[in-house]
Each structure stands twice: as structure tokens, then as C-alpha cells.
Design a protein around this ligand. Structure first.
Ligand SMILES: [Zn+2]
Length: 350
């Protein structure tokens, strides 16, 4: 028997999920920019904000596209904000990572084993897929995508349109009403409580648990900060009131860790030797050109004119992580941690 093939397949599936997460992050960069402005999020490709040139598909590959171009536009060599690859990397690791934990554990993170006996591993996932498990992971990815989107809009100093918040909430409540098993916690033991029925079904139980979770999340979030209200309401609607309170307790922990990391990354006064691993691009990284035009100045020449790619990434990361605001990002991370651990976390609440 080839025992190594199972962990290898698990790794490949996890990598694939992270690639999907990175592409979601790339899409969210665009949506976060266009949604508050009332622009279409599906029509019109990405364009350079400086020269208006269309971004080629191969330059739009999450994280790698930015790194290979040295963080500059291929046409006008204007700088492209390091925020783009950082959001893509965050979405890849967090959203892809949570999906990988849920899918590869065969639903092992579900409270009460709500989806029945878990069948772990990529072999089960690929050969005998449980579609409820896939829907369950996709539902949680939807919640994380919404929270990351709200965090990005908040970081821009804008407001998520009220209509979008409402549509998101209604869609989430409809999902838990129509697919009862998506929300396998109760209001209280004995009150719409206990594990969800193992058989797929719809019913008032999911809707009641979702509504109670929404109200508790909304109220608890509003008491702490208006920036948390809608996000925590969504968490409650999708995962139950226990999750809303659990995530609320995790937010300050995430916030503390985030700001500590920001302080560690902040450039020191002395000119530190920049040993950022992302600086270690090969000196002749391939520069593709779809039109076969004469090679434009290599990213490395372009970068020579400004701070290095690593330095730009580092200072942008330090500014983002150390920011006083950013509660939306903390909520996103806290929810992701909760999703991976919620089987145990929810058990504490009965
Ligand atoms: Zn440009």
C-alpha cells in the first residue's frame, strides 16, 4: 500500500482550496472598491487606477501577479497598493484554511456531529462526497467572505450599503430555514435545541435559531461598538447566539495579537537589513507579455526607483496590523478561529 498518497492528496486538496480562497480575495478587492460607489461588480475588468490600462489575466493571479510585477503596473509602472496581495493571501489562508479543516475532517468540527459520522480525508471527499458537508463548508465560506468584505470597506473609511447588509441577512436566514442542518445548535437545551435532525430538511427550527442568534449578535455587537453590530448579527444568524457571544469574546484577543504583530513589523529607527523572504525573487523572474511586445523594464529595474517590494509589504502590513480601527478584520479572524473550534466552544454553552 502507498500510505503517503493519502496525506499527499489531502495537501493537494488543501492547496486547491487556498487557491480558490486567494481568487475570492482578489474578487473581494474589486467588490470592496465598487460596492460602496454603486458600481457593477460583475461588469468591467480590473484596471490600473493610474493609467486606466486593463490588467492582463496573468497579472491578476492572486499574490504571484503582484510579486512578479514588483508591485507596479505593467504599463505605467505606477505603484499598486500592497493591500491587494495581502488581502488575497489573507483570504487564501483564512477562508481556504477553514474550508480545508471542515472538508478534510469530514465535518469533524460540526457541533454534536450534526452531519452524522464524519468521513475524514480527501479520498472520501473526492470519491464519496457528502454534499451536505460541501454545502456546509460553502455556507461558512459565505459568512467569512461577507465579514472580510465589510472589513475592507471599513478600512477604506466607507460604509457597506444598507441594502447589501439586508440582502446578506435575508439570504443567510433563508439558508438556515430551508436547510435546517446548516445550523446544528439549539436556542437552549429543550427549546428548539439539541442536534439538528440528521436527515436533510427544512423547518421552523433553523429559522428560529437563526433569528434568535441575529438579535443576540446585533444587540451584543451594538453594545460594544457600532462597527461590530451588523457583522456579529450575521454571525449569530448563521451560527447561533452561542457563536455570536463566543466570537465577541475572541475579538479582543485577535485585536491584541494583531496590534502586537503590527508593532513587531513596524520599521525600526536604524536602517535594518531587509531580510524579508519576499525580497528573494530570482534576479530574472519571467515577465510575460501577452502581446509579444518588446520587454518592458523588468520589475526589478522599476523597483530600483522606489522602496523594495519587501519593504513596501512590510510597512503596509505594519500600518494595517497596527491600526486603531480594523474591528471588522478582528471580527473576521475571530469568526474563522471559532469555526475551526466551534464544536468544543459551543459545547460549553449546552
Ligand atoms: Zn498603470
Amino acid at each position: 500500500m502507498v500510505e503517503w498518497i493519502v496525506p499527499l492528496t489531502d495537501g493537494v486538496v488543501a492547496l486547491l482550496l487556498m487557491v480558490i480562497g486567494g481568487n475570492l480575495g482578489s474578487f473581494l478587492n474589486v467588490v470592496a472598491h465598487r460596492l460602496p460607489l454603486g458600481l457593477s461588480v460583475v461588469h468591467g475588468g480590473s484596471r490600473c487606477p493610474d493609467c486606466g490600462a486593463a490588467i492582463r489575466w496573468h497579472d491578476n493571479v492572486p499574490v504571484l501577479g503582484w510579486l512578479l510585477l514588483g508591485g507596479r503596473c505593467r504599463d505605467c509602472h505606477g505603484p499598486i497598493a500592497p493591500r491587494y496581495p495581502m488581502v488575497e493571501a489573507t483570504a487564501a489562508v483564512v477562508i481556504g484554511g477553514v474550508a480545508a479543516c471542515e472538508l478534510l475532517s469530514g465535518g469533524g468540527t460540526v457541533p454534536y456531529g450534526g452531519l452524522g459520522p464524519g468521513r475524514a480525508g480527501a479520498d472520501n471527499l473526492l470519491l464519496r462526497p457528502d454534499w451536505r458537508l460541501v454545502a456546509y463548508a460553502a455556507f461558512h465560506a459565505w459568512v467569512l467572505v461577507d465579514l472580510l468584505l465589510a472589513a475592507l470597506v471599513e478600512a477604506d473609511g466607507r460604509v457597506v450599503p444598507r441594502r447589501w447588509t439586508t440582502v446578506t441577512l435575508v439570504a443567510t436566514l433563508a439558508a438556515v430555514a430551508l436547510c435546517d442542518w446548516l445550523l446544528p445548535v439549539g436556542v437552549w437545551p429543550g427549546v428548539f435545541g439539541g442536534p439538528a435532525p440528521a436527515a436533510p430538511g427544512w423547518g421552523p427550527r433553523g429559522l428560529v435559531v437563526g433569528m434568535v442568534g441575529w438579535v443576540v449578535g446585533l444587540a451584543a455587537g451594538a453594545m460594544v461598538s457600532p462597527a461590530l453590530r451588523d457583522g456579529l448579527g450575521l454571525v449569530g444568524a448563521a451560527l447561533g447566539w452561542q457563536a455570536a457571544l463566543g466570537v465577541l469574546l475572541l475579538v479582543p484577543v485577535c485585536r491584541g495579537i494583531r496590534r502586537r504583530c503590527g508593532a513587531l513589523l513596524a520599521p525600526a529607527d536604524e536602517p535594518a537589513v531587509d531580510t524579508h523572504p519576499l525580497d528573494a525573487l530570482p534576479p530574472d523572474a519571467p515577465v510575460l507579455d501577452a502581446h509579444g511586445a518588446p520587454p518592458s523594464p523588468s520589475p526589478h529595474e522599476a523597483v530600483a526607483a522606489g522602496p523594495s517590494v519587501g519593504r513596501r509589504l512590510r510597512s503596509a502590513a505594519a500600518a494595517g496590523l497596527g491600526s486603531e480601527a480594523g474591528l471588522g478584520g478582528d471580527l473576521f479572524l475571530a469568526t474563522a478561529i471559532h469555526l475551526v473550534a466551534w464544536r468544543w466552544w459551543t459545547g460549553l454553552w449546552g
